[in-house]
Design a protein around this ligand. Structure first.
Ligand code: KIV
Length: 272
C-alpha cells in the first residue's frame, strides 16, 4: 500500500451512517474500470458502485442479466486498484445469490477475495433475506436494492416507476425495514415516488441512496456513463446530464481522423 493510500481518510460503512445522522448527503457513482474510477475517486465521491449496469454500458447488453461473476470481479478489481478514498461496492450479478444462500456466500467471498472491494450489493427484499444473513455471517457488508430491480425485468416487463400502488408501496417499506433488521448497511431505492422514498428514509436508520427517488433520501447515485452524456438514448426524467461527452469524444475522434488523412499528424515535433 502506498503512503498516499494510508494518508487519506477512507469512507467506511460507519462513516456513511454518521453522514446520515448528521444529515450530510452521500454521493455515489458507478465506475467499471481503473481510469474512470481514478477520476471519480479523486473528485471526492463517497461511494463507487461497480454496478451490474456494466452489462449495459460496458458490454452493450440490453439487460443486466448476462453479466457474470467473473466479469464483475474483473471490473471490481480494476476499480479497487484506482481507489484511495471512496467505499467500493460490487454488485452480485443475476443468478449468483437468488434462491441459494450458500451460493450467495460463495459469490460474495469470491468478490471480496478477488477484488478487495468493501461490500457487495444485491437486489430484493424478503425473498433474499436468507442470502443476506449468510453473507453477513461471514463479515461481508451488504447494500440492499429495492424498487426498480433491473435483474427482475422479465418479471415486471417494463422499466417504469415502481411502487405507485398502495400495496406495492407497503411491501417496499416492509422490505426496507427487513433489510435494516437483517443488517444491511444501506439501501439503494430505484425509480419510486419521491414521497414514498422520503418515508422509507425517515423510517429506517441506515442510509437510503436514491436513483429516481427524489430529494428526500440520504444520498444519490447515477450511472457515470449517463451523467457524463456518453450514453445517448437513455434519458429518464431523473437523469441530470453534466456533460455531453458523446459529442466531445466524437468531435475529438473526427479531428484525429482528419489530421491523419491530411497528414498533419504527426508533426515534426511529434516524431523521433
Ligand atoms: O448497476 C447499477 O448501476 C445500479 C445502480 C443503477 C444503482 O444498480
Amino acid at each position: 500500500m502506498s503512503i498516499h493510500k494510508e494518508s487519506i481518510k477512507r469512507v467506511t460503512t460507519h462513516v456513511l451512517s454518521e453522514m446520515k445522522l448528521k444529515g450530510e448527503k452521500i454521493s455515489m457513482l458507478t465506475s467499471y474500470d481503473f481510469s474512470m474510477a481514478n477520476i471519480v475517486d479523486k473528485a471526492g465521491v463517497d461511494v463507487i458502485l461497480v454496478g451490474d449496469s456494466a452489462s449495459n454500458v460496458m458490454a452493450g447488453h440490453e439487460t443486466t442479466l448476462p453479466i457474470t461473476l467473473d466479469h464483475m470481479i474483473y471490473h471490481g478489481a480494476s476499480v479497487v486498484r484506482a481507489v484511495n478514498r471512496a467505499l467500493v461496492v460490487v454488485d452480485l450479478p443475476f443468478g449468483t445469490y437468488q434462491g441459494n444462500s450458500k451460493e450467495a456466500l460463495n459469490s460474495s467471498i469470491r468478490i471480496m477475495k478477488e477484488t478487495s472491494a468493501d461490500a457487495v450489493k444485491l437486489e430484493g427484499g424478503r425473498e433474499v433475506l436468507e442470502s443476506i444473513d449468510r453473507i453477513l455471517s461471514a463479515g461481508i457488508p451488504v447494500m440492499g436494492h429495492l424498487g426498480l430491480t433491473p435483474q427482475s425485468i422479465h418479471k415486471f416487463g417494463t422499466y417504469t416507476v415502481r411502487a405507485k400502488e398502495e400495496e406495492e408501496a407497503k411491501k417496499l417499506l416492509e422490505d426496507a425495514k427487513l433489510l435494516e433488521e437483517a443488517g444491511c448497511f444501506a439501501i439503494v431505492l430505484e425509480k419510486i415516488p419521491a414521497k414514498l422514498a422520503k418515508k422509507v428514509a425517515e423510517s429506517v436508520n441506515i442510509p437510503i441512496i436514491g436513483i429516481g427517488a427524489g430529494n428526500g433520501v440520504d444520498g444519490q447515485v447515477l450511472v457515470i456513463h449517463d451523467m457524463l452524456g456518453i450514453t445517448q438514448e437513455f434519458s429518464p426524467r431523473f437523469l441530470r446530464r453534466y456533460h455531453n461527452l458523446f459529442a466531445e469524444i466524437k468531435g475529438a475522434v473526427q479531428n484525429y481522423i482528419s489530421d491523419v488523412k491530411s497528414r498533419s499528424f504527426p508533426s515534426e515535433r511529434e516524431q523521433y
